[in-house]
Ligand binder design. Structure first.
Ligand SMILES: C[S@@+](CC[C@H](N)C(=O)[O-])C[C@H]1O[C@@H](n2cnc3c(N)ncnc32)[C@H](O)[C@@H]1O
Length: 245
């Protein structure tokens, strides 16, 4: 949860979310869904936009995230329902707007999820699918071969690490009309990134991907870079905006 909160506070994520909100132009009275809603921040935002005449629903399969989302949503009218992208707990053609952020990278069958989104949206309904493409990750400083080995290992840790480049094709393949594509290279701050780098370097060593010397040198390089202000950590997120004809 801490990581999701830290990520939500990154200026690049804030900008991307604002852009997606503007592109979807959610109106009072609509039914809006945040699929894979995590801590519920954007479902609450949808509740504000649809107003009392509308419905804002956060869907997520993780009960502890849903409990946190409900707690944080307090008195707002956002609803939170347990469910998976593969079998949305909604009837056909009841949703006006659906957003789904940084979820597809965790899906081994994103086409099935996209077909579900097409099923629940009304004709004319709008969708925004937002995700990172981990091949765009830049970590500096560090030895390029060591960073490449660790990145490859990170890629193998999630089912769909190059999700960002596939969003357009998935939506087009499910019959959506593509309206726009946006992107943002989300720049991470050192406080968020350093523990992550330590974990990756440590588990890369445990799996034999890097030696103890390479691990220690990488951490020393990154810590030195951060101390000197000479660092860069980023990954590009893409957002595809589309509608159901
Ligand atoms: C990186 S978090 C992103 C959360 C939120 N969308 C955000 O941007 O902060 C990934 C989310 O996808 C959810 N998720 C994983 N598998 C899912 C599935 N099959 N269907 C729907 N959500 C899923 C997780 O529970 C988690 O909340």
């Amino acid at each position: 949860m801490r990581l999701l909160d830290d990520q939500a506070a990154l200026p690049g994520v804030v900008r991307m979310r604002r852009w997606v909100r503007d592109a979807l132009a959610v109106r009072p009275g609509e039914t809006a869904v945040d699929l894979g809603c995590g801590t519920g921040t954007e479902a609450v935002e949808l509740a504000r936009l649809v107003g009392e005449a509308g419905r804002a629903i956060g869907i997520d399969p993780n009960p502890s995230l849903l409990a946190l989302a409900r707690d944080r949503a307090g008195e707002t009218q956002a609803e939170f329902i347990e469910g998976s992208a593969y079998a949305l707990p909604l009837p056909a053609e009841v949703v006006d707007v659906l957003r789904c952020e940084r979820v597809y990278q965790h899906l081994d069958d994103p086409a099935r999820a996209t077909a579900e989104i097409a099923r629940v949206l009304r004709p004319g309904g709008r969708v925004a699918v937002v995700d990172s493409d981990w091949s765009t990750a830049i970590f500096h400083p560090g030895e390029p071969q060591v960073l490449a080995a660790l990145r490859e290992r990170m890629d193998s840790g999630i089912p769909n690490p190059r999700s960002g480049r596939r969003l357009r094709g998935l939506l087009a393949g499910a019959g959506f009309a593509i309206d726009d594509i946006g992107s943002e290279a989300v720049v991470w701050d050192p406080v968020t990134v350093l523990p992550m780098c330590r974990d990756i370097a440590e588990s890369g060593f445990a799996d034999g991907v890097v030696t103890a010397e390479q691990r220690d040198r990488l951490i020393a390089d990154i810590e030195g870079g951060i101390a000197a202000g000479d660092y860069h950590f980023s990954v590009t997120m893409f957002a595809v905006i589309a509608h159901k004809p």
